[in-house]
Design a binder for this molecule. Sequence first.
Ligand SMILES: [Zn+2]
Length: 359
Amino acid sequence: MKRTITHLADGRELFYFDRRDDADRGATDARDLPPRPPASELRYDPLTEEWIAVAGHRQGRTFLPPASECPLCPSTPGNLTEVPSSAYDVVVFENRFPSFSTQTGEHPQVGGLSEVRPGVGRCEVVCFTSDHGSSFSELSAGQVELVMEAWIDRTAELSAMPGVEQVFCFENRGAEIGITLAHPHGQIYAYPYVTPRTRLSLGAAERHRERTGGNLFADVLAAEREAGIRVVASNEHWTAFVPAAARWPVEVHLYPHRQVPDLGGLQPAERTAFGPLYTEVLRRLDGLFGVPMPYVAAWHQAPVNVGRELSYAHLELFSIRRAPDKLKYLAGSESAMGAFVNDVLPEETARLLRSLVTE
Ligand SMILES: [Zn+2]
């Protein structure tokens, strides 16, 4: 694997991850780009003790351009894109319209009880393949390994940046989820705080350890493997299951069999074994309703500075599609109260996903 760093016309960093050590990555960005926007601001919600990022500049970002103007495809003479090279394997670059960045700006206090601070951090885009019409489920095992190496590389480097408290690798797939670019890609957020969801589950993990002495995530995985009824697929190093208290109509969690705080802790055999199982799960998702499944795929990794011994790196995959022609919207109970109501029995989702024939 070869990693090459270059810079885009506005100074953002771009990284090529190549299978071949002789890949030529000398192409430069010939575009005339405006200066980068200042960092967003963070406002503290005293009622929930959560930080809200306010990023006004993101309203102007590119929205579902035609394939001929895709900014994530390799550059051609007629379409200069975010990737200067005419071909690539996997590429990562700083987001042009970031929710967090190191470009600090002026953030006056706004009154009220909200503390305001700059949204220091970083947002990156990961192009999984140069093939515009592909999807993660169609990637070869070797290509998924290269994506995994990119996630691991970026997690380590972003974790070492001043002010970064948590690194989140994820993919939004499908117009129904709200993607603005169709090209197969994911994102990485380096947050300047520990996210609310992680704070909650680490608190639960701490109380579980005090009560039982065990690791909460490892105990959940062991119990699901033992029960079996919600397991969708597994191999020597990974198990995919529908959680017993799934909140989404389609939800699958993938755990490595060995507890590691983040992806960098995975051994080579574990990294290799992830792709075949994950792409099988994605193909089962696409097969469930016979239409490409919109989904969010979220890597839960340990925060940089707290709770690392309690954390257990795993992937949570979920969809808002509950029938071929129906979406689950987060309405009153979920949006206003955070109280989920799931219309689908998790055991039934697992049974349907298991019963699909995949090649
Ligand atoms: Zn494209």
